[in-house]
Design a protein. Sequence first.
Length: 385
Amino acid sequence: MAVVSFLSGVILAASIAFLISKRSTREIQRAFTQTSLKIEPESADSVVQLMEVLDKLTTGVIVSDNKLNRKFRNNSAAAMTGIRYVDILIDQAVDEMIVQVEQVGSGDRILEAVAGTTRFLQIRGHKLENELIVVTVEDITVKSRIETVQTDFVANLSHELKTPIGAVAALADSLSGETETEVVWRLAERIVSESHRMARIVDDLLDLSRIEFSGTEDWTEVDLAPVLIEVVGTNQHAAKRQGLGLSLTGATHLMVLGDRSQLVSGISNLVDNAIKYSEPGGIVSIESSIVGHEVVVAITDHGIGISKQHQDRIFERFYRVDKARSRATGGTGLGLSIVRHIVQEHGGTIELISEEGVGSTFTVRLPHVVSEPTDTSSSKTGVLI
């Protein structure tokens, strides 16, 4: 039988080598070239076992002859090559790799497949001594995401810590030769302030990195009504210090699916932002409702507002509308970026309506989960001063 001849010793050696080493797809290809282990071509049982082993691999394995005819593919490869748009892209990339390998002997490329979400696949090809061509397809989306988060984290950390570290060094240098008590105390306070600023930057970057790479395995149904009450409670002192009131109105049973701590963090960031950029005597309002299939939370302030030229960029990392004021209020420029990532991870959207000198409204929309009858007539309303 042709299939028995084809799936003889060379491929069995490859599978056994992979199972022993549990290494990358490069090891699979290297193992395919090893012919030290031989079995009889007529051994149908061995071929069946081999095919079962290959079908257990999460890496796609495709084998073609020197006439570019595909002879074999395991289950993972079959699942990656089908009729869907992304599958067609993978199929085309495999064909291109087979042609390349036939011409030059080997190949390695990264395929970026975009269809709603982006997937990254590493496609490698190798030509064997018996003229067979082996192509492996490995989904490296998670790996690429980890590497991107790590690279961004290091780059952002280095960039943002440069200024406060430089300031601390300059202040410490001035302090070393100073004898006047009042000046010493002033310089020391500045050093402490810059140190706290560095700590906040690191904390925010760690939060952002965790959010970007967090999974949904531990998500549960969360009622946003108590979340909003908690946020108001934690921000009440800051509002009083700023001479502001906090108003909370809305429906109960605002059920969404997600991570409660992330949702608290995201909404708290918006309320904290509204407090920082409001003038004394005003009120920051938090309103919640259910509109269609969405839970809607709107945070409104009557502060300095945001000009149109800045509105498209405020969710970027480290972007500050007023750098001087951000520095004075202790802002790191990461708050709104964290909020955007949290909302997007939860399948929602965030919108901004703002007018300079009038105020801003940030509106968060999250998918509503109906787990029990929702009574939207019941509400919690009040002003906390």
